[in-house]
Design a protein around this ligand. Structure first.
Ligand code: PMP
Ligand code: GLU
Length: 403
């Protein structure tokens, strides 16, 4: 009999399945058994990829020109569009050899960690954080250092907190803005304050995950990579999955200092090669058409956010909730229910509450523990209004049973 513990590497032996996917898989298998589940667990647009993007992909196939390997760092035409996008929308000045096209933003993130981390290097992760950051840092041999943003500051970490967390072992910092899961968006002033701290630490690279950039209800957006005093120490991550409803196309990108971009390109050459050719051709049309063409989706997310916030305020006043400025998640504080029971089951934490809601209300959500914030729960509103209202009615009914 093979001893499995002696086979797997130390790097992956304790690796868990992504909690967001684990919950959505559970919801899917319950659905397959005929159970009427509403799945608000995984963060995936409920819209179809727009037609003009689909058309570009079909034309790419029909042309017969894109069946071979692409360049490892991405097609030149796509990288040119990305450079333009960064310049026009983010005020980030970069050259084409600073851009790498990736298999989703996920690969852009893991590329960055693999190229930066040596065993024991610390990565400061702003919490609440997206679930895969800690896993990726650990696989790459780094040590996650979690710094929690306070709920009174809309879950945002301050420059002072960052300064306090930096040690001689700090190699990198990562955050998302808009944040998955809290929806918070860093303001220009907050990022300028953070840049003052970074200015003192020349060997720390900050990874700014801007994948939800366009799903922003504030009308204002600022990128850390646009601050010229630190621009040579920032990797900006973005992609097509969220704003363009292209999760399945697996297309993302990053802008990095040249020496890092060159190394990532070499890494691609060795372990994955470039992102799918057809997806890249589709990506060119998405960027050329720009964000105005996908505004209908952003407007819909905003409307759903407002409906949900009103619902919570009216029907579930014991839940503390802040209005997310972006992304498509609510991250309410549900700690009021800890220690309460429906007569059969006592709820002790947010994981137990998420399973209680799954079993009793048949709604799939993700526990805040997954995101480093144990008092909260994440609700994705990338679902139809009808499903959201039905889900909220069901959640309310089962929560009101907890005494
Ligand atoms: N960053 C964040 C904050 C995310 O929520 C996600 C979720 N998909 C990703 C990166 C990865 O996106 P992609 O689908 O482009 O790999
Ligand atoms: N980013 C989405 C989420 O947080 C998709 C799932 C994942 O990539 O883990 O739910």
């Amino acid at each position: 009999m093979i001893e499995t513990n002696n086979i797997l590497s130390n790097r992956v032996i304790n690796l868990k399945a992504s909690a967001t996917f684990a919950m959505s898989q559970k919801a899917r298998s319950m659905k397959a058994q005929g159970i009427d589940i509403i799945d608000l667990s995984v963060g995936e647009p409920d819209f179809k990829t727009p037609n003009y993007i689909q058309t570009a992909a079909k034309e790419a196939i029909e042309s017969g020109k894109y069946f071979g390997y692409p360049p490892a760092a991405g097609y030149k035409e796509l990288k040119e569009e990305i450079v333009k996008k960064f310049r026009n929308e983010n005020n980030i000045n970069c050259e084409i050899d600073q851009i790498i096209v990736t298999n989703g933003a996920k690969q852009a993130l893991s590329d960055s960690f693999f190229c930066l981390l040596n065993p024991g290097d610390e990565v400061i992760i702003f919490a609440p954080y997206w679930v895969s950051y800690t896993a990726m840092v650990e696989i790459a041999g780094g040590k996650p250092i979690i710094v929690q943003g306070s709920s009174s500051n809309n879950y945002k970490v301050t420059a002072q907190q960052l300064e306090n967390a930096i040690t001689s072992k700090t190699k990198a910092i990562i955050y998302s803005s808009p944040c998955n899961p809290s929806g918070s968006v860093f303001t220009k002033n907050e990022l300028l304050e953070i840049s003052e701290v970074l200015l003192k630490h020349k060997n720390i690279i900050t990874i700014a995950d801007e994948i939800y950039e366009h799903i922003n209800f504030t009308g204002e957006y600022f990128s850390l990579g646009s601050i010229d005093t630190i621009e040579d120490r920032v990797i900006t991550i973005n992609g097509f999955s969220k704003a363009f409803a292209m999760t399945g196309w697996r297309l993302g990108y990053l802008a990095a200092p040249k020496f890092i971009a060159k190394t990532i390109s070499n890494l691609h050459g060795q372990i994955s090669f470039g992102a799918s050719t057809i997806s890249q051709r589709a990506g060119i049309s998405a960027l050329k058409a720009g964000k105005e063409k996908v505004k209908y989706m952003i407007d819909a997310y905003k409307e759903r956010r407002n409906i949900l916030i009103d619902y919570f305020n009216e029907h579930l006043p014991n839940i503390k909730i802040s209005k997310p400025d972006g992304a498509f998640y609510l991250f309410p504080d549900i700690s009021f229910y800890f220690g309460k029971t429906d007569g059969e089951q006592t709820i002790n934490n947010s994981t137990e509450l998420s399973y209680y809601i799954l079993e009793k209300a048949k709604v799939a959500l993700v526990s805040g523990e997954t995101f480093g914030y144990k008092n909260c729960i994440r609700i994705s509103f990338a679902a139809s209004k009808q499903d959201l209202i039905e889900a909220m009615n069901r959640i309310k009914d089962v929560l009101l049973k907890l005494k």
